[in-house]
Design a protein around this ligand. Sequence first.
Ligand SMILES: *Cc1c(COP(=O)(O)O)cnc(C)c1O
Length: 459
Amino acid sequence: MSDVADLLSATARAAAAYLEGIDERPVGATVEPAELAGRIPSDFPEAPLADMAVLDELLHISRDAVLATGSPRFFGFVIGGALPAAIAADWLTSTWDQNAGLYVAGPAAAALEAAAGRWILDALDLPRDSSFAIVTGCQMAHLTCLAAARHQVFADVGWDVERDGLIGAPRVRFLVGAGVHVTVARAARVLGFGDACIETVAASDMGEMDPVALERALDSEPGPAIVCAQLGEINTGAMDPVADLVEIAHDHGAWLHVDGAFGLWARASAALAPLVPGVEGADSWATDGHKMLNVPYDCGIAICAHPTAHLAAISVHADYLMHSHDERRDGVDWTPDFSRRARGIALFAALRSLGRQGLEELIDRCCANARRMGAGLQKVDGAEVLNRIAYNQVLVGFSDDARTAAVIEHLQRGGECWVAGTHWHDRDAMRISITGYRTTAADVDRTVEAIRDALAATA
Ligand SMILES: *Cc1c(COP(=O)(O)O)cnc(C)c1O
């Protein structure tokens, strides 16, 4: 074997060993920070190191220092696993090293990205003539969609924001629900809508935006406006009543953007889609590949019902670029990135390996396991399920904040499962997110027992 084949085979063996052991290994990363730092040369080494030795060093440094996000009992934040076909595709993405900005710089990458986007519009039942962009995550998907929104709402009042910028521009209102994700506010800030221009619309206890409050807010002052709805509140999984919000926003000439980082995938399930009706009427949608779809990091998707606004806000022109101007897709026109990784390849592989049936089964199983987790925890003395479990999130309270912290710490150290905390409605809580494709009902039951044990151990 050549040196490179040796190196890649050794890498494949290490990766396979990791994945084959994922069910048994402790879920948490147990290394002490000082020990981890001590494994890494502090100064930039003078001499080169052989490739195989670099691999060995990486494996040595990362021992007990990798959080097993692919474990079937990993429930932290909202972090999905990585489907095998998508991991393989991701390796090829690095191997081929295409610059996915231009069709001519990588035809296969561009064609696979185009197909992945088309399939996602189909799977999520969004308007098939929408434009899309594959970006690093929902954060950048917001930035992309809200740039298109900004273009359109200004164009509607005769202001060319791409040409004239924001100085002297008419006022545009920016409305979000009380349960909004921080990434929406950051995208707004980068686009020139400072925190002080963000208006918060009342939401229910679970975090669903109140349509009556939105209507009242829009009635109070006519004029251009962008409204951000949400599918999947990060603590409770709650879904905004998007159909109502779309109608109200459009009656007032406003653009309705949907943050559907993980909740938008309810649309891929016949059982769950009725939870989120009317979403197809929105103007733009941001979602993630690296959460419910289990594409390895990173992968986000921006979708826009108004391709002309999307292009006006984002596309670039330079004489040397060799734009295609036909059915060939130039990624550079749709994403804020210029040179970019061919993320569409892993996204394509995830969708191809699942098919419509596998995707639906994955989403349904995550949500069924969340309900099972909730039902199991309801029978544990000292644990209280705080949310209505309509999707994949389970929010758990304990007697007081100190106990909550102790239970979470005990679980994170114990290795059987991994959960994180949050602050919700004036109390600390434990947040369980079921997003990984490996989790089974048996893993849920083991986790309920681990939580029962953690309660006993911290009494
Ligand atoms: C995760 C998440 C985001 C941010 O997504 P990234 O992929 O981390 O950029 C935005 N909104 C919601 C509701 C999320 O859950």
